[in-house]
Write a protein that binds this ligand. Structure first.
Ligand SMILES: [Zn+2]
Length: 443
């Protein structure tokens, strides 16, 4: 076992450090180095590993002004205007080595392996930088999760039975049911607690104390137990990294609750992620507001109005179509076999029209609705004409005709012997020629 001093437990706010490479090796996950000390947190307790860079062969004294100091992820994001990515390896500069992952490993499970994109020989001095933006975000999410779990535990007695820190949201699974009203209540209490800004306490209780303390834990613990306490908010066994005062979490937003297994799954975000989400939603709503020419707080009403209008227009279209079909039917009365050409009808309308005409024509009725481009944009992308068809004959058999038509006009579709529906890809002229040759009257 190679002992690495865990600087991340001594000061969670340390962003860079100097170290010496003790060992460089390779395992199934890749090339790794073990350092004499590190601020890189290895994945554990539900918290993902830190990422960052190592700057090799850089000796003492100049690191405060180290010209290789990576730009902070936040700085890079602010200039590009993009929402910052959490895994910013773009912070790397030339000559630096990326730390892609950090894991506990080895026989004792306590070696800290820094997986790197280039090997480094033992004895090399390095200056390491963690991606601080990402780390602090994970601390905000993790501490927020503890306080939410503690609050749900206190109010309802449920346990956190599953926890995942995703790239976008954090999920917590509880072994009991919560509804949205209760969720809002939890959210309020959690934020009230956060704004009291009480300091967190991390301690290692002895066996006696451990028996007395009502701490949350997912599993039976042996050996030393590290407890993370947000006094009055939560007490939980955890090896992860946390903010030192609850106020640093800033804000907790509970996003959703849904049934999961025997309980519920809650989605949440904390801190800067909550701000980012607020920004995204405001942006989306203001785009809707611009489209609808209303103020941002009037979009729900405006959308409802629009839906009413669409509903009314659909009703009007349906009754106009009915009139149109009745007119076609009377136009075709007694004409025998007819081809009716239409534009932009949907499949149900094509069928309805064919049905209406079949009542009067006395022969085979073919209705073909061609799709005309409805906008300039569509026109550009549309070179071949296409259409939907319905074809039938009262008490007749149109299967042979459908087969022949599909062959001649690149169609597909079928149905009953006396009625078929489908689509075809052909120019209007070719359609008219085909049916004229068959002796159809073109309407
Ligand atoms: Zn934890």
């Amino acid at each position: 076992m190679m002992k690495t001093r865990r600087l991340f437990y001594e000061n969670v706010y340390q962003k860079d450090f100097e170290a010496e490479v003790l060992f460089c090796g390779e395992d199934e996950a890749g090339t790794y180095v073990i350092l004499d000390q590190t601020v890189f947190y290895p994945e554990g307790g539900g918290q993902p590993a830190d990422r960052g860079v190592l700057c090799p062969e850089h000796d003492g004294g100049v690191h405060e002004t180290c010209e290789n100091r990576p730009e902070s992820a936040a700085g890079a994001a602010a200039t590009s205007g993009e929402p910052e990515s959490s895994g910013s390896l773009s912070m790397k500069r030339s000559g630096q080595i990326s730390v892609l992952d950090v894991q506990y490993a080895g026989e004792s499970g306590e070696d800290i392996r820094h997986y790197v994109d280039q090997p480094l020989s033992a004895g090399t001095k390095v200056h390491g930088f963690i991606d601080w933006e990402r780390r602090f975000d994970l601390m905000q999410q993790h501490s927020g999760e503890h306080i939410v779990s503690g609050c749900v535990h206190k109010k309802y007695g449920y346990d956190n039975v599953g926890f995942h820190m995703g790239e976008d949201v954090i999920t917590i699974d509880f072994n009991g049911l919560l509804d949205e009203v209760q969720l809002l209540q939890v959210e309020k209490e959690v934020n009230d607690y956060i704004w009291e800004n009480r300091p967190a306490r991390i301690f290692f209780p002895d066996a006696e104390e451990r028996k007395r303390l009502p701490f949350r834990s997912k599993k039976e613990l042996t050996g030393e137990v590290r407890l993370v306490e947000f006094p009055g908010g939560d007490l939980c066994a955890c090896c992860g990294l946390h903010v030192e005062a609850a106020g640093e979490i800033g804000l907790v937003k509970l996003l959703s609750v849904k049934h999961f297994r025997e309980g519920v799954r809650v989605e949440m975000v904390s801190g800067k992620r909550a701000l980012r989400l607020l920004h995204q939603h405001l942006e989306a709503n203001s785009r809707v507001a611009v489209e609808l020419s209303v103020k941002p707080d009037q979009t729900p009403e405006a959308v409802r109005h629009l839906q009413d209008e669409i509903y009314a227009l659909k009703g009007q279209i349906a009754s106009l179509r009915q009139e149109q079909f009745a007119m076609r039917a009377s136009q075709c009365r007694g004409k025998g076999s007819v081809l009716v050409l239409e534009q932009n009808l949907d499949a149900a309308e094509v069928r309805k029209e064919a049905d209406a005409v079949l009542d009067t024509c006395g022969g085979i009725c073919v209705v073909i609705s061609l799709e005309e481009p409805r906008s300039e944009k569509q026109k550009d992308g549309n070179n071949g004409a296409g259409g939907k068809y319905a074809i039938g004959q009262r008490d007749g058999d149109v299967r042979e005709l459908v087969k022949e038509m599909n062959g001649a006009l690149s169609g597909k579709g079928g149905g009953k012997p006396f009625f078929a529906q489908g689509s075809l890809q052909a120019e209007k002229k070719d359609i008219v020629d085909f049916f004229t040759r068959k002796g159809f009257m073109i309407v």
